[in-house]
Design a protein around this ligand. Structure first.
Ligand code: MG
Ligand code: MG
Ligand code: ZN
Length: 375
């Protein structure tokens, strides 16, 4: 109830302030449409996770480059606390759905996703993740499944999908399946070139129609186990590959494992993944600045771990405890997700649209509004 009152007050205030602005300037502000959209999702990342890059990264975080910042409520249709499938489906398809749903609405019907919509608009598409490509977040951008656990089925849908470029782990869902099929053959039928060893240079893939990198059986390695610059490099390669015919592109790239660091209540795992994601943000911003026609949106499906950057707890000689404000001792309040509001950062043409406080599925509507892609 309190929340409703707050929202209606802010709605009235916004209406008033819009009118005042209109009277004062007497002009309609035209928003330039971006040709390309890069949506970066850091799974399980709230403000404390983002803040950690300010204390643990050796260089200035790329997050500091954003001017247009908003907040989203991430609740799913069924629960206050969302899971990654419902969270990603809200972004990819524009609907709030039940936890576990991949690209389907509350009534289990399939809902068109951003990859399908981009394709209708002759815009090329890329999906990148540091998890398996069949995991809930990337899956919601190209597949429709009643439950996120149906990864064999999700894999089959990828081979038939409109995705032009993908890079992630998850090879076993294609070549070591319960049904015995080898889906690497199915990819060929849909004009995909598949590489299972390493990210190539652009020159090696320049002439192929569609390309997919499946570089691990399951997820990609942790940063702490030597993943290197896979995420940044995949984003760079995708922008090169998808911009080659100048038709515009949509890329979703996920830092998947920040969430897993949160579930493990493992601060060094979480922070190392977070720093890698910030590098990827920098890579996307570099492209957008050079190109001038690219909208970059950086957000998360939810927070994980109830992570905080509390002052480090220490013990005095007499055994009593105190908080040492000179040092951070990261702490967690849960092994699961939390319902805290999540920041949205936007850069480039249309980025003004992403300020304010709104719902997670509004991200989808805002992307369509600024790009003018038809459903
Ligand atoms: Mg998640
Ligand atoms: Mg995820
Ligand atoms: Zn999670």
């Amino acid at each position: 109830m309190k929340l409703k009152i707050l929202f209606s007050f802010s709605a009235i205030f916004m209406m008033l302030s819009c009118n005042i602005t209109n009277v004062a300037t007497k002009e309609v502000v035209k928003v330039k449409s971006p040709k390309n959209v890069i949506l970066l999702i850091s799974d399980g990342t709230g403000l404390s996770q983002i803040s950690s890059t300010f204390y643990y990264k050796n260089t200035i975080p790329n997050y500091t480059q954003f001017k247009n910042i908003g907040l989203i409520n991430t609740s799913s249709s069924s629960e206050d606390v969302t899971d990654s499938a419902a969270g990603a489906t809200a972004f990819a398809c524009g609907v709030k759905t039940y936890n576990g749903a991949v690209g389907v609405a509350d009534d289990s019907t399939s809902v068109k996703n951003l990859v399908e919509i981009a394709t209708i608009n002759n815009v090329r598409t890329g999906v990148i993740a540091t998890s398996a490509i069949t995991h809930a977040t990337p899956a919601s951008f190209y597949a429709h499944a009643l439950n996120r656990g149906l990864e064999d089925d999700i894999a089959l849908q990828l081979t038939q999908s409109k995705v032009d470029f993908f890079a992630a782990g998850g090879l076993k869902f294609f070549n070591n399946r319960k049904d015995g099929q080898n889906l690497l053959n199915n990819f060929k039928e849909n004009q995909f070139t598949i590489n299972t060893t390493n990210l190539s240079d652009f020159s090696e893939i320049e002439s192929v129609k569609k390309v997919g990198f499946l570089l691990e059986k399951k997820e990609m390695p942790r940063m702490e186990d030597g993943r290197g610059n896979f995420l940044s490099k995949a984003i760079e390669l995708a922008t090169q590959f998808l911009s080659k015919d100048n038709s515009g592109f949509f890329i979703m790239a996920e830092g998947s494992q920040i969430d897993w660091g949160g579930h493990e209540n493992n601060a060094s795992y979480l922070i190392s993944e977070m720093i890698d994601f910030d590098d990827a943000v920098g890579k996307a911003l570099d492209y957008a600045k050079k190109d001038g026609n690219t909208l970059v949106i950086v957000t998360s499906d939810h927070e994980t771990g109830g992570f905080t950057l509390a002052a480090k707890k220490k013990k005095r000689k007499d055994g009593s405890e105190y908080s040492d404000y000179r040092e951070i001792g990261p702490t967690f309040s849960t092994g699961g997700h939390s319902a805290t509001l999540i920041p949205v950062f936007a850069f480039g043409p249309g980025s003004e649209e992403f300020t304010g406080i709104y719902e997670n599925n509004d991200i989808f509507e805002k992307i369509l509004k600024v790009t003018k892609w038809r459903k």
